[in-house]
Ligand binder design. Structure first.
Ligand code: NAD
Length: 482
């Protein structure tokens, strides 16, 4: 029988008030139902917020090292269940086992990192202008934080919001994406087992329009952290600011890799293929534009096409590249293939669905390369969110930089070059929150800030590292005369 998963509210696993559930299938084999989840409504969300609000003061008063101990203990429990969680992630989201296993490990590492940070919270001491005075700051939790997360990193992203929120002493309500909510519920299970007090974390599954909206607008919520598409993010940002909340939104990307005339075309093709086809192109930081100097263009294209055609596609449990997460995502990618052809780009690799028994029923697409793309084409301007790279030819580095910046997004950008001056100019002038030299656009360290420019982010707060704690804390300045 299909497992029926419940919401986690006030320390209890409960059914939603709607009485409805929704099935989540395996994108590699959609007839296989992985689990059923609560299709919750606004009333369930409100109950969760009220549980968080009731638990917030006691959790804020819990010493940081004790909060850290619970996070560390939860991290240990997640690590003990790494294989099981990896299997669940592969089954629900579809990514390849190595990628899924790395993502589960990332969640473990994030919990351990912020467990340490919980002891280091404090403030700064300054020299006062008067004698017999202490002048210092203290960092306090914001209160109740609402977290809304996407399906593409279904355990890492909830973890990178949840761990700093809890470490800083906030109570939390979390709504994971409906497409792959299973592993986020497992974070709650691990924290519950680790002794997190009732009500400090509440997880409610269901549609964004009902659960998400209630989280954003409920008067007891103080801060809203959202990761997802730029379209929904814009709406969430407006709703949250209208409701007077602190808000951060981290959104889509159209990430370039600029290939200089000094680059080795084979190395550049490795970097672009890894960034563009890894995680089936379903990373916010995925490379979707290769902007290539004319002197290395032909050789680079040959190398990239070779790599696209040699990717081993199939169910993520056994293959290098899994399916897209849903029929809608696959169809959207295939629609962009048609749009690119209509606009005059030349299909050089892929562009369709693969053939073969193992891939006939899942949401698979081929790694796809378009050449002769121009910067104004939709394929070069809009987020595709599948394994599609548009190759654009340029005649010098300045033109490459201008093309790289000429999009509404600014999440991650990389350059492949042996020229030190070009590398430094790229760092200075690339309009992106993450800039990489001789590296793929994907892949992040957990202890440095992450966030975008332009349409990729609200640009209000950064996530991860020390910066990740700032969103969840508020400073108080103390003048103490004695
Ligand atoms: P999405 O915007 O469709 O959904 C994200 C979350 O918002 C889900 O939980 C969804 O249920 C919820 N939601 C939907 N409508 C809502 C509403 N009206 N009010 C409140 N919540 C609502 O995004 P997705 O398809 O899950 O994820 C893919 C997108 O996320 C891509 O654009 C990708 O680039 C982006 N992304 C960004 C980052 C980053 O850190 N910048 C990381 C991962 C993914």
């Amino acid at each position: 029988m299909t497992e029926r998963k419940q919401n986690y509210v006030n320390g209890e696993w409960i059914e939603s008030a709607t009485g409805e559930t929704v099935a989540v299938g395996n994108p590699a084999n959609p007839s296989e139902v992985v689990a059923r989840y609560q299709q919750s409504g606004a009333a369930d969300a409100a109950d969760a917020v009220e549980a968080a609000a009731a638990a917030a003061d006691d959790w804020a008063a819990t010493p940081g090292p004790e909060r850290g101990r619970i996070l560390r203990e939860a991290g240990i429990r997640l690590a003990e269940r790494k294989d099981e969680l990896t299997n669940l992630l592969v089954a629900e989201e579809g990514k390849a086992r190595a990628e899924a296993s790395g993502e589960v490990q990332r969640a473990v590492d994030i919990f351990h990192y912020f467990a340490g940070k919980a002891s280091d919270l404090g403030g700064t001491v300054k020299s006062p202008s008067a004698p017999n005075q202490h002048l210092y700051t203290v960092e306090e939790p914001v209160g109740v934080a609402a977290l809304i997360t996407p399906w593409n990193y279904p355990i890492a992203i909830p973890a990178w919001k949840l761990a700093p929120a809890l470490a800083a002493g906030n109570a939390v309500v979390l709504k994971p994406a409906s497409i792959a909510p299973g592993v986020a519920l497992e974070l709650a299970e691990a924290l519950d087992d680790a002794g997190l007090p009732d009500g400090v974390l509440n997880v409610v599954t269901g549609p964004g329009s009902a659960v998400g909206t209630e989280f954003i607008e409920h008067e007891a919520v103080d801060a809203v952290s959202f990761t997802g598409s730029s379209e929904v993010g814009q709406l969430v940002y407006e709703q949250a600011t209208d409701a007077g909340k602190r808000v951060q939104t981290e959104l889509g990307g159209k990430n370039p890799t600029v290939v200089s005339e000094s680059a080795d075309p084979a190395e550049a093709a490795d970097i672009v293929a890894n960034g563009g086809f890894g995680t089936t192109g379903q990373s916010c930081t995925a490379c979707s534009r290769a902007i290539v100097h004319e002197s290395v263009y032909d050789e680079f294209v040959d190398e990239l096409v070779d790599r696209a055609e040699s990717v081993d596609i199939g169910p993520g449990a056994e293959h290098e590249m899994g399916p897209q997460v849903s029929a809608a995502e696959r169809d959207s990618t295939l629609e962009y293939v048609g749009i690119a052809e209509d606009e005059g780009a030349t299909l050089a690799a892929g562009g369709g669905v693969p053939a073969g028994a193992e891939v006939e029923s899942g949401y698979f697409v081929e790694p796809t390369v378009f050449v002769d793309a121009t910067p104004d084409m939709r394929i070069a301007q809009e987020e595709v969110f599948g394994p599609v790279v548009a190759v654009i030819e340029v005649s010098d580095f300045d033109e490459g930089l201008a093309v790289a910046n000429n999009v509404p997004y600014g999440l991650s950008a990389s350059v492949v070059t042996d020229d030190h001056a070009e590398a430094n100019r790229f760092v200075d002038e690339a309009e992106a929150g993450v800039v990489k030299i001789n590296e793929k656009t994907t892949g992040l360290e957990l202890h440095v800030p992450f966030g975008g420019f332009k349409r990729s982010s609200s640009e209000t707060w950064r996530e991860q590292g020390d910066a990740g704690l700032s969103f969840y804390t508020i400073e108080k300045t103390v003048y103490d005369s004695y």
